[in-house]
Design a protein around this ligand. Structure first.
Ligand code: G4P
Length: 528
């Protein structure tokens, strides 16, 4: 029973650059899953978005949104968990950490734009974990770039070979549908009046006389040529390579027009697996074998209720069954804890839950004892899951206090916020706490820091932007930092754990520094 529940789970994140259509696609997934009805999805973007994704009203009021939501729905016999990775200005370390909880990723690309900056960053994190990555090329109802060119860009820029499962026939006003390569059929595009109708997909054989009554002769000729070229040139579908994140199946469609979404879902569900084994300090933990509950914390939502200093710890269940109010061993804390007030997102509302299974994401009330990366388990083995890496901040600022009398609150506040993982703090190498440098993944975190120090610790700060953009952890401890020969723009700092790091203004200096110091190993991710 429990194993069957776990086998049904598919837990994935959607990654994309803002405006590529992630929200629209998520909504359409919910629509096909029957979790929302048509009326709900045709509301204006603002309301629809609000209803589906931004569930932390309190945070909206505060003007800061650092939440990633989890949506669960049933489709095709599977129980699907979609992890929403915050984008836009909300981009932060949480966005990256959310990817740690996913078993696979769907990469949405705007067909007229191709690979964009944020896609690139998020892809890197997925690639680091070797999780399967599926590509949905969206907005085919608009003028798109050449298909071969788009695929080439994905391969060149992201370094992953692609395997088109279907192939678009025209784009924009000429968009006629997609050709399913395995079934050798054309799935015809039908105007759904901007998605206000669900639409039915009609299929015709490529070589059938019927095809030419729907698709122009010219388009059919071009399609045949392209398919022939493709069969000779592109990588063949290989499930093992997909599983290893070494081949990305590609699909085309229009989320807005409800086209290609269902086809995508069906293929996606057959190509992705149920929750996979995860590495712990006692070896791989396989959800198909480990019967006991285990989970790791990947995100902490702090101070949701200011009066109570509430925190919610979001965890990914890796094995077993969760029951509300159960006790579990908190490995890092070294004691038993009660897991209370569990919550989960079901479609558009947040609700309390009684049970959850391996693959699911739950939020648990945290009295302030959990840290990101912590393991909870009811297994006697008390294993700890592999830590979550610290992601390289890309923006840095020097922090100064307005009122230096409040030094104690300031140090306490900034350290606590850093421990929650909202920001990273660094100190000048070889100096005391005099100078504090904060690093963030997304600039909004600077505002969050200011706001929280002010409201929760009553401390006012001034942030002075620093020009650094690159940070590297030093991987070999034997390197003597005093003797390290860097470039003039390089700054030596240490993190909260005292680990040495280097800050650079440009990437060229990183290369120079590596050249000047034989044996030096620099890493973009800090191992926790
Ligand atoms: P995001 O979450 O990735 O940021 O993107 P989102 O879904 O919000 O979509 C961004 C814009 O692109 C929206 O338009 C949306 O309607 C549009 N869009 C999404 N998918 C498609 C598609 O397949 N075809 C076309 N033509 N447009 C698409 P908007 O003008 O910003 O909002 P709205 O006022 O149209 O709702």
């Amino acid at each position: 029973m429990m194993i069957n529940e776990i086998k049904k789970r598919r837990t994935f994140a959607i990654i994309s650059h803002p405006d590529a259509g992630k929200t629209t696609l998520t909504e359409k997934f919910l629509l096909y899953g029957g979790a929302i009805n048509q009326a709900g999805s045709v509301k204006g973007k603002a309301t629809a978005k609000h209803a589906v994704s931004d569930w932390m009203d309190i945070e909206k009021e505060r003007g800061i949104s650092v939440t990633s939501s989890v949506l669960q729905f049933q489709y095709g016999g599977c129980c699907i968990n979609i992890l929403d990775t915050p984008g836009h200005q909300d981009f932060s370390e949480d966005t990256y950490r959310t990817l740690m909880a996913a078993d696979s990723a769907v990469m949405v690309i705007d067909a007229s734009k191709g690979v964009e900056a944020q896609t690139r960053k998020l892809f890197k994190v997925c690639a680091m974990r070797h999780i399967p990555i599926f590509t949905f090329i969206n907005k085919m109802d608009r003028e798109a770039r050449d298909t071969f060119e788009l695929l080439d860009e994905i391969e060149q820029e992201l370094g992953i070979p692609t395997c088109p499962v279907n192939w678009p026939i025209g784009s924009g006003k000429q968009f006629a549908g997609v050709y399913d390569r395995a079934g050798k059929k054309i799935e015809l595009f039908e105007d759904t009046m901007k998605g206000t109708r669900m639409g039915t997909v009609k299929e015709v054989e490529l070589d059938s006389p019927e095809a030419s009554s729907y698709v122009s002769e010219e388009a059919l000729e071009l399609l045949k040529e392209e398919v022939e070229l493709l069969d000779g040139a592109s990588a063949a579908f290989d499930q093992e390579e997909v599983d290893a994140g070494q081949l990305s199946p590609v699909f085309f469609g229009s989320a807005l027009m409800n086209f290609g979404v269902e086809t995508f879902l069906n293929h996606f569900l057959s190509m992705t697996s149920s929750p996979l084994p995860r590495m712990s300090d006692q070896g791989l933990v396989d959800p198909m074998e480990e019967k006991d509950f285990s989970a790791f914390v990947f995100k902490i939502q702090a101070n949701m209720n200011k009066a109570h200093r509430d925190r919610i710890a979001f965890m990914r269940i890796c094995s077993g069954e969760f029951e509300a109010g159960m006790d579990a061993w908190h490995v890092q804390g070294g004691k038993k804890v009660r897991l209370s007030q569990p919550q989960q997102m079901m479609a558009s509302e947040r609700k309390m839950i009684d049970k959850a299974y391996g693959g699911d994401i739950i939020g648990i009330f945290d009295p302030g004892i959990f840290s990101i990366g912590d393991t909870l388990t009811s297994s006697d083995k008390k294993f700890a899951y592999e830590g979550i890496p610290t992601f390289a901040p890309e923006h840095f600022a020097r922090v100064r206090q307005v009122n230096t009398m409040k030094r104690k609150q300031f140090i306490k506040g900034i350290n606590q916020i850093a421990q929650e993982g909202a920001i990273q703090i660094f100190q000048e190498f070889n100096t005391g706490m005099e100078e504090i440098i904060v690093g963030v993944v997304g600039v909004l975190q600077f505002d969050v820091l200011k706001y929280r120090l002010n409201h929760e610790y009553n401390v006012e700060i001034i942030l002075e932007n620093l020009p650094y953009e690159y940070i590297r952890w030093i991987e070999n401890p034997e390197i003597n930092l005093e003797e390290l020969r860097g470039t003039s723009d390089m700054k030596k700092v240490k993190d909260l754990k005292g680990r040495p790091l280097l800050l650079f203004i440009n990437s060229w200096s990183i290369g120079m520094t590596l050249e000047r110091n034989e044996g030096l190993v620099l890493s973009e991710f800090g191992k926790s």
